[in-house]
Unconditional design. Structure first.
Length: 147
């Protein structure tokens, strides 16, 4: 089991390297990029005067679930961690504050050198958005005829 886990970890590391070779752009990890996107989307929602703003806000709230899950999986208080990171980003206007999973007392992902590849983050968000679209289109599924 240990050998299999080491094999999986090595495979994951090689996938990250190959992704960086294809596109060497990065985003800050620790949920910082999702929080930054959420804040920007919330600000955009404030400019919408129709009921569409509720769907836009829901998308922003959904993005915040990623750092919440990260905090929970790290054994931290998820709501407190998210609030701290959002507060730091909003106050300092710096997009690299995230969830401090290592409990260093510093949520600055730039200083901790925690990052993700842009290509993989983009793929994750596109896949999640496609899944939501499929779920929302469930009404379009042909229902079996009543017998």
């Amino acid at each position: 089991m240990i050998v299999e886990e080491a094999n999986r970890s090595l495979h994951d590391a090689l996938c990250v390297v190959s992704t960086l070779i294809r596109c060497n752009r990065i985003v800050w990890g620790g949920g910082a990029s999702e929080i930054a996107c959420s804040l920007a989307i919330h600000n955009y929602a404030n400019t919408i005067n129709s009921t569409e703003q509720y769907a836009v806000r829901a998308f922003a709230d959904a993005l915040e679930q990623i750092p919440m899950a990260l905090a929970e999986n790290s054994g931290l208080n998820a709501l407190k961690s998210l609030t701290n990171a959002k507060g730091e980003q909003a106050d300092q206007k710096l997009p690299y504050f995230g969830v401090d999973c290592l409990a260093t007392g510093n949520g600055n992902m730039k200083e901790q050198k925690v990052f993700e590849t842009l290509l993989s983050k983009k793929g994750q968000l596109q896949l999640a958005t496609q899944v939501v679209k499929m779920i929302l289109k469930i009404d379009d599924v042909i229902e079996p005829e009543a017998q």
